[in-house]
Design a binder for this molecule. Sequence first.
Ligand code: HPA
Length: 273
Amino acid sequence: MLFEKISAAKDYIQGKSSLKPSIALILGSGLGGLVNAIENPISFDYGDIPHFPQTTALSHVGRLVLGELAGKTVIAMQGRLHYYEGHSMQNLTLPLRVMWALGAKTLIVTNAAGGLDPSFKPGDIMLLSDHIDLFGDNPLKGPNDTRLGPRFSDMSDAYNKSLRQIALEAAHENHIPLQQGVYVGTSGPCFETSAERRYMRLIGGNAVGMSTVPEVIVAKHMGMQVLGFSGITNVATGGEDQPPDDAHEVVEVAGVIGQRLAPLLHAIITKLA
Ligand code: HPA
């Protein structure tokens, strides 16, 4: 049972630390540098936490890091889990449910994404105003446990409006340019065809990526407030100018974006109540 798994993982962590996080961080490929800024960190290897899924990507560490950031108690996933690795939607979102059970009621999520919007350039940061789910699977499928959330959860304000306002203010004050738009989530692991990208643009997408949507669905199910950012790593317009996709380039550009995104997130967390 999902609830029992969450409780066992939560009890394990609470047995080692009495810190109660208020903010959960899930940082995308190449964007995880902020975790190193967490003060007095206590780390938990996924392998040691009951029922936790394992990361498959060789270069990825898998641990939860609990500590202080910008005056708040935070908990971060170092090593994100992706649906394309073969995790079920339910397993992939288990760590988020545990972070919620430990006390986190706000989720800040980041990802690397391709720019569907022709006005976006690699290196841009996009604040997520909404998302379109093209995964074709859902983490809430199956029996619902009302201790976690309702059967039919509200997604009408998926990316919290007042948090977005705080993000815009923090970006303005720190002179960090910010795009805004709709994230299209797809399972991957192959990149999209050019026709698929033109379709995604047509239905209202500004950026496309292979993560985030499952976590945001589960966060909203549990009543969390969500704030999301995409680091635009590549052109994904599917137009005449569409270059071939290169995963190495995605990670490299994400690393550069991370250097601007980390101070922005720090400034935002400072402003949170
Ligand atoms: N498509 C899907 N996922 C991505 C992309 C993309 O173009 N860039 C980074 N992650």
